[in-house]
Design a protein around this ligand. Structure first.
Ligand code: FAD
Length: 417
């Protein structure tokens, strides 16, 4: 029988688990985080923090810390793979939002969240080298079991358990049996970052090409010299039809080989950068068979629920993976902060977040906002003279703005200056 104040156990110290812990702490709710890896290494590459996620990170007082390591994004360009503009718009403060939009290295974002955890939560709130294995529920709470690399195990009790343990969630697989592997889109995503000369205003994102053949370029941090920035690049190229087996396990941190990508880069024109030279200068980069999971009809199972990729792994189109995880944490904290407890709280959290996040998963299978590029390239595969003759502005706007509303960051959904 549990006694004392409410305590939330979180499995996973990725972006979602750490942000949730900070949101819970802000509501005065105790939590402990248990993370599988023995050391949090500098993994991943660039992420975009859109206005809905930034509204939450601002509420957590993290904008100054983000400013020290990230880039304030001010403009977004959607282009064909030949380099022609399909859509462009200001972003963040330049678009009238109250919060900046940031482009950031995933490891820097994780570090900003970790620093805040260490400053704000009691010592011992985060335990590394603790892989979730099992949970049992009793009348007043849960007991979760974690395993250390040396084979020993650790049992902890709490009121509820949140599985924030990513796309291969062990918490999810305990409750959703026989689900199998994540679903492969048939697309391979290569990503890396390198110190490289800044382009344009040093605050822009360029996305060139539709779903099957796409190159993404944007700065995510200061460079080694005043003329350079830490440049994030990503190439997405179709290798197979959706739904098949990926060529290798969908690990985020599998190292890629230059010879697999080199020839494919000639498909893209990015006038502002010599992308072949930039990729060649990237000492180490990674490949990820782009996977998601079929949306679930429920995430909450008694006193256990899921959060972030564990609940709704999605393709990274539309830059929403980290953002939706951050929104989950805020919703969870609001439900518990309002006084709900146990299984009832898990149902309320699910009711608030599941329909919205599942919609984003579905929309991302269709290219997200970047579908506007697919529409243009389908009508005009070769360079064109007039974009409005290919696809009128109103139609392009419907696609792009429709996604912002669905994902929850349309200007009218957030407080503006
Ligand atoms: C190494 C890595 C690199 C990534 N790189 C990129 C990138 O470059 N671009 C991009 O868009 N997205 C990337 N992602 C995914 C991105 O972080 C997520 O889509 C998004 O931020 C949602 O976060 P999340 O916390 O739900 O999941 P994640 O950020 O994946 O975090 C899940 C955490 O759970 C831990 N974990 C796993 N199993 C267990 C277990 N059994 N018990 C306890 N803990 C466990 C993991 O080690 C990880 O720390 C990466 C994820 C990882 C893990």
């Amino acid at each position: 029988m549990r006694s004392g104040p409410m305590k939330v156990i979180i499995a996973g110290a990725g972006i979602g688990g750490l942000a949730a812990a900070l949101s819970l702490h802000k509501q005065g709710i105790a939590c402990e985080i248990y993370e599988k890896v023995p050391e949090l290494l500098q993994l991943g590459v660039g992420l975009t923090l859109l206005p809905h996620a930034m509204t939450e990170l601002d509420a957590l007082g993290l904008v100054p810390a983000l400013d020290r390591v990230a880039v304030r994004t001010e403009h977004l360009y959607y282009r064909t793979r030949h380099g022609q503009n399909v859509w462009d718009e200001p972003r963040g403060l330049k678009a009238g939002y109250k919060v900046p939009q940031f482009s950031i290295h995933r490891a820097d974002l994780q570090q900003v969240l970790l620093n805040a955890i260490r400053e704000r939560l009691p010592a011992g709130a985060l335990t590394l080298d603790a892989a979730f294995e099992d949970v049992t529920e009793h009348q007043d709470g849960i007991v979760a079991r974690f395993r250390k690399a040396d084979g020993s195990s650790l049992e902890v009790d709490g009121d509820i358990l949140i599985g924030a343990d990513g796309i291969h969630s062990a918490v999810r697989s305990k409750f959703v049996q026989d689900e199998g592997k994540p679903r492969w889109s048939g697309l391979m995503l290569w990503r890396g970052s390198v110190d490289w000369p800044r382009f344009m205003d040093g605050r822009s994102i360029i996305i060139s090409g539709g779903t099957d053949c796409k190159f993404i370029l944007y700065p995510i941090g200061p460079g080694k010299t005043p003329a350079t920035q830490l440049m994030n690049w990503a190439a997405v190229i179709r290798q197979a039809a959706p739904g098949g087996l990926p060529p290798a396990r969908e690990e985020w941190n599998r190292e890629a080989r230059h010879e697999d990508l080199r020839a494919l880069l000639s498909r893209f024109t990015v006038p502002e950068a010599d992308i072949a030279a930039m990729v060649a200068a990237t000492p180490m980069f990674w490949e990820f068979p782009m996977c998601d999971r079929d949306p679930l009809p429920r995430w909450s199972f008694g006193r256990v629920s899921l959060l972030g990729d564990a609940a709704h792994a999605m393709y990274p189109f539309g830059a929403n993976g980290a953002a939706q995880a951050i929104l989950d944490g805020r919703a969870l904290a609001d439900v518990l902060g309002a006084g709900a407890t146990g299984a009832e709280a898990m149902q309320l959290y699910q009711a608030e977040r599941l329909p919205k996040a599942n919609d984003v998963v579905a929309r991302n299978r269709n290219g997200g906002p970047e579908r506007v590029i697919d529409e243009v390239e389908a009508r005009a595969p070769d360079p064109f003279a007039d974009i409005d003759a290919v696809l009128p502005r109103a139609d392009r706007e419907t696609i792009v703005r429709g996604y912002s509303r669905l994902a929850g960051f349309a200007a009218e959904q957030l407080e503006r200056t």
